[in-house]
Write a new protein. Structure first.
Length: 92
């Protein structure tokens, strides 16, 4: 995309449908419309999550490595449990 001068969604929105189709084929039509905020795909509200994560907000800023590592392990374990329960694996 960068070789065509397309760096942002606005750059795509400034192109014609024909330009997008010539340069990106079928995907060009999708890029053309999505850059204009048009997405007619059906919403699937009941599908499972594809990602897992964990976070924690601390009352003070952690600035030293050792305290950070101590707080990191419970977060790692939480994500691991989430992945195991849903039989998710890491990508390679």
């Amino acid at each position: 995309m960068n070789s065509l001068g397309l760096y942002t969604g606005l750059d795509m929105r400034n192109q014609s449908l024909e330009f997008m189709q010539i340069n990106f084929g079928k995907a060009g039509t999708y890029y053309y419309w999505i850059s204009r905020g048009v997405d007619d795909r059906e919403v699937r509200a009941n599908r499972g999550s594809k990602v897992g994560g964990a976070e924690n907000t601390f009352s003070i800023d952690l600035t030293e490595l050792e305290p950070m590592l101590l707080e990191l392990l419970p977060l790692i374990n939480k994500v691991g449990r989430h992945c195991n329960e849903r039989e998710l694996g890491g990508g390679r």
